[in-house]
Design a protein around this ligand. Sequence first.
Ligand SMILES: *Cc1c(COP(=O)(O)O)cnc(C)c1O
Length: 422
Amino acid sequence: MDHFLYRNGVLHAEDVPVPEIAVAVGTPFYLYSTATLLRHYRLFEEGLAGTDHLICYAVKALSNQAILATLAAEGAGMDVVSEGEYRRALAAGVPGERVVFSGVGKTRGEMRVALAGGIRQFNVESEPEMRALDEVARSMGLVAPVAIRVNPDVDARTHEKIATGRKENKFGIPISRAREVYAEAARLKGLKVVGIDVHIGSQLTDLAPFEEAYTKVAELARQLRADGHEISRLDLGGGLGIPYESQSNAPPPLPTDYCAMVRRVVGDLGCEIEIEPGRLIAGNAGIMVAQVVWLKHGEDRDFLILDAGMNDLIRPAMYGAWHEIVPVIEPAPGAELHPFDIVGPVCETGDTFARNRPMPPVAAGDLVAFRSAGAYGAVMASEYNTRPLIPEVLVRGDQFAVIRARPTFDEIIGRDTIPEWL
Ligand SMILES: *Cc1c(COP(=O)(O)O)cnc(C)c1O
């Protein structure tokens, strides 16, 4: 459920008509709904109510400061994967004690910054990283709280580029070697083991792989406790999928069902539960609005050419992702549909958002909205073809605010420097 609905024939974000925002900021732009964001966050809060838990929003899904501050005000923790994201979380008012640091390639510099600024835990992904973290912490006279990310070797049954829990993936240490690695961690004076971490992939549309992984983690927790380790937290990662098709006949499980499964599988361990949802919180809380530049009748098919391109929303080009694309002015009931290839202006054939997509009547100048574009949208955008990063706008009730402005061409060009010898 989201708050992007037609009212009186015009798409609204909460109480604001989308065309009003288009006039104010120009197209294309990202548009987020506070109510939707909070609704999704609170579904997890409600699902885990009564258990000791922390929801650590995965910052990489949508990292604008206004979004982080909205969630921080709810008491959310954050899951970060870089120094930049760590700094974003703190700048948005999240205390270090609520920030977990994930990622396979943390550098010593990043470890130092997080240790100095305060950190809830590092999710350690390899033995070299574990030893480096021990050294860095001891050199600072500190002890780093760690969970070790185990790779449970389960098939997440999702897109290959976002599956992370098979043994051929680069993430975590094999669960079969976990006891050995925990034994070494316990000997390192710069580390304090606090728990176990797992994250098996993104856009999972079935609870079974989660349950399989969490069952293995629960079993490991018992073993590690028997080995003498203090396992007080389980970080279960993110990955719950969202419906990209509003009329889907096989929608992904609801957060409520996911949380019920978590409680059933790991609830009796007495551990604090951390989860790291990203897409589920941000995905359907955002749309991308673009304008039709041209309708082009090709020999073989017709094209709808938009002013947004793959540099603004790369998911279709990168993952073959499907986004619902709807006109901002509601089509008349029973309007005839005509198939289009919906494309951007970038000089790449991959700059295609949809092929053969049945669309109601559209004309040059019309606005269209890409639904479910809140997660892995703006954060993956680039300025390829020297197309400025598109603005981000946040709605709350009847108010809207630009939360990241479109850069000017002078700003973009001014970032480059011509050497003196030229
Ligand atoms: C990407 C990522 C997440 C968030 O995944 P979603 O599919 O957006 O929920 C959580 N934890 C880790 C470690 C990640 O890499």
